[in-house]
Design a binder for this molecule. Structure first.
Ligand SMILES: CC(C)(COP(=O)(O)OP(=O)(O)OC[C@H]1O[C@@H](n2cnc3c(N)ncnc32)[C@H](O)[C@@H]1OP(=O)(O)O)[C@@H](O)C(=O)NCCC(=O)NCCS
Length: 183
């Protein structure tokens, strides 16, 4: 499978983020601002502008080339609208072959099983195509939706880290989970 070849599921077209996605990414950020603010790092106002989105996508292309991170979008089947966004980030090679996974689904697509559908397709891709052994995903204990999603996807709880990530400017505890490659 080519890295640039999209994955198709019942409801989504999944592919790497591209420079041409700037307008789509801006719409996703603006439309989902209230939905995402409680779960993400503090964002400056410029984050919601087109120029910032274009820079994010230029950076995305660089980190993919460097095998450091794989920012991806799930779009509608026509490839017009971003429905969900996720990243296989902080790739470490050698004896670890691991990364962190971060994700969000658009507010109006939440509660429909779409994030699960997308990650069920993307995880085997990451294990096989990116040759990863471990994908780590961590969530705040109060983010019950995220915890349920990870459990359904077969992630196992590995620990609890105090004051682990700065979310909305506050160092928040996180539950640590991983899914390990099976074959
Ligand atoms: C975390 C997040 C991605 C979870 O999204 P989600 O839509 O709940 O996840 P799924 O795609 O697995 O959907 C599961 C829900 O859809 C429901 N559902 C409806 N139709 C379904 C179907 N055909 N198949 C499966 N589930 C379906 C399930 O019952 C479940 O709802 P429940 O948890 O209330 O029982 C989402 O809440 C989000 O984007 N949050 C903000 C960002 C965030 O927190 N990111 C993670 C930081 S760690």
């Amino acid at each position: 499978m080519n890295l640039l070849q999209p994955l198709i599921t019942r409801r989504a077209l999944i592919r790497l983020a591209e420079p041409s996605d700037a307008g789509r990414l801006r719409r996703y950020r603006v439309q989902n601002r209230e939905h995402l603010v409680p779960w993400e790092p503090w964002r400056e106002e410029a984050y919601y502008e087109l120029e910032h989105c274009a820079q994010t996508l230029a950076d995305a292309r660089d980190v993919v080339r460097q095998d450091r991170s794989y920012p991806m979008f799930a779009l509608d089947l026509a490839g017009e609208e971003i429905l969900a966004s996720f990243t296989f980030a902080n790739v470490v090679r050698g004896a670890f072959q691991a990364c962190h996974l971060g994700y969000s689904v658009a507010a109006r697509r939440q509660g429909q099983g779409l994030m699960q559908e997308v990650l069920e397709a993307a995880l085997p891709w990451a294990f096989q195509r990116l040759d990863l052994h471990r994908v780590m995903a961590n969530y705040m204990p109060r983010n019950e939706r995220s915890g349920r999603l990870l459990a359904r996807l077969g992630f196992e709880r590995e620990g609890y880290a105090r004051r682990y990530l700065q979310i909305g400017g506050v160092w928040e505890d996180h539950v640590l989970t991983s899914r390990i490659r099976e074959s």
